[in-house]
Design a protein around this ligand. Structure first.
Ligand SMILES: Cc1cc2nc3c(=O)[nH]c(=O)nc-3n(C[C@H](O)[C@H](O)[C@H](O)COP(=O)(O)O)c2cc1C
Length: 314
C-alpha cells in the first residue's frame, strides 16, 4: 500500500492523513493534545475556546449510548489564552497542523476571539464553532443566517488568517441553499459539517429519568446515529459551495468505510469525535488502515480518485 497517498490540502495547509480528531473530545489540555499529535491522527484540533475559562454544565453531562452518545458539556475549557499559546508552540510539530477551535457565546465574543488571534503570532488554521447546542439560553448561531453574515462581515474586515466554520446539521434544502449563499461571499478556507444533532432527548424507562442533567436532559446526539445526516450535509454543501471552500466531514465515523463515504460525498478531511472518546488514539490507526485497505481493493491511489464522485441512481 506504499503507493497510496492520503495527502489532502486545505488552503495552504497540507495534511498527510485526512483523519483528525473532532473538537471537544479528549482535547482539553496540552497532555491530551500532545497525545493526539503523537498518534496516527493527521492533525490536532483543540477544544473550542471561549474568551474566559469555563467550568461547563453540571454533571452528569455526557452519556455513552449503544451507537453514539448524548452530551451537554457546555463548553468547559481553559480559555483562549491557553489554547492559543499551545497552538503557537505546536503548529507544524511532527509535520502536523493544529486547528485552533473557538466558540464565542455571542457575535461579539467571536469577534473578540478572532481579534486576539489576528494580533497573535499564530499563523495556522482557526475553526469557528457557530453550532454549539449546549449553552442554556443561547441559540445555535448558524441556524440564523443573518447572524452568520453579520459575524463574517465583521470578521473579514480585519481577519486575514485561514478560517474554517463549524456548522450545525441542516435538515432542509432551504437551509443548505441559504447557508451556502452566505458562505460563498467570503474567503473561508473550509466548513466543518456537522456538529452534534442538537437537543435530542434520551430517557431511561426504568428510572423514568433523563440521562443527563443540563437543560432538562436535552443534549447533542453524536456517533453512528448521525452519520446519514452528516453525509447529507457534506454532499449538499459540496454541491453548493465554491470549490475553493474545502469541507471537513464529521459525524458517525468509526471505520475506514465511514471515512470513505464522507470523502465520496465530497469531504477533503474528516474528524472523529465520539469514537475517539470511546476508543482513544488507536481509533486513528485502525480507521486509517481500513481506509487504505478499501482504496487498495478498489485500485485508488489518491483521495482525488473518489472524492465527491458519489453516483446517484438514474
Ligand atoms: C463530548 C463532546 C464534546 C464536544 N465538544 C465540542 C466542542 O467543544 N466544539 C465543537 O466544535 N464540537 C464539539 N463536539 C462535537 C464534535 O466535534 C462532533 O462535531 C460531533 O460529535 C459529531 O462527530 P462524531 O459523531 O464523530 O462524534 C463535541 C462532541 C462531544 C461528543
Amino acid at each position: 500500500m506504499a503507493d497510496i497517498s492520503l495527502d489532502t490540502q486545505m488552503g495552504n495547509f497540507k495534511f498527510t492523513n485526512p483523519i483528525l480528531n473532532a473538537a471537544g473530545v479528549r482535547d482539553a489540555d496540552s497532555t491530551q493534545l500532545n497525545t493526539i499529535i503523537n498518534s496516527w491522527a493527521g492533525g490536532v484540533v483543540t477544544k473550542s475556546a471561549t474568551m474566559k475559562p469555563r467550568e461547563g454544565n453540571p454533571e452528569p453531562r455526557m452519556k455513552g449510548l449503544p451507537h453514539g452518545c448524548i452530551n451537554s458539556m457546555g463548553l468547559p475549557n481553559h480559555g483562549i489564552d491557553y489554547y492559543l499559546d499551545y497552538a503557537i508552540k505546536n503548529e507544524g510539530k511532527n509535520n502536523k497542523q493544529v486547528i485552533l477551535s473557538i466558540a464565542g457565546l455571542s457575535i461579539d465574543e467571536n469577534i473578540q476571539l478572532l481579534k486576539k488571534i489576528q494580533d497573535s503570532d499564530y499563523q495556522g488554521l482557526v475553526e469557528m464553532n457557530l453550532s454549539c447546542p449546549n449553552i442554556d439560553g443561547e441559540t445555535q448561531i448558524a441556524y440564523d443566517f443573518d447572524s452568520v453574515e453579520a459575524i463574517l462581515n465583521q470578521a473579514f474586515e480585519f481577519f486575514t488568517k485561514p478560517l474554517g466554520i463549524k456548522l450545525p446539521p441542516y435538515l432542509d434544502f432551504y437551509q443548505f441553499d441559504s447557508i451556502a449563499k452566505v458562505l460563498n461571499k467570503y474567503p473561508i478556507t473550509y466548513v466543518n459539517a456537522i456538529n452534534t444533532i442538537g437537543n435530542g432527548l434520551v430517557v431511561n424507562p426504568e428510572t423514568e429519568q433523563t440521562l443527563i442533567k443540563p437543560k432538562g436532559g436535552f443534549g447533542g446526539i453524536s456517533g453512528e446515529y448521525i452519520k446519514p445526516t452528516a453525509l447529507a450535509n457534506v454532499r449538499a454543501l459540496r454541491l453548493r459551495l465554491n470549490p475553493e471552500i474545502k469541507i471537513i466531514g464529521t459525524g458517525g465515523i468509526h471505520t475506514g468505510e465511514d471515512v470513505f463515504e464522507h470523502i465520496l460525498c465530497g469531504a477533503d478531511a474528516v474528524q472523529i469525535g465520539t469514537y475517539f472518546g470511546f476508543d482513544d488514539t488507536p481509533v486513528f490507526e485502525k480507521v486509517t488502515k481500513e481506509l487504505l485497505a478499501i482504496m487498495a481493493r478498489k485500485g485508488y491511489t489518491s483521495l482525488d480518485d473518489f472524492r465527491g464522485k458519489l453516483k446517484v441512481l438514474d
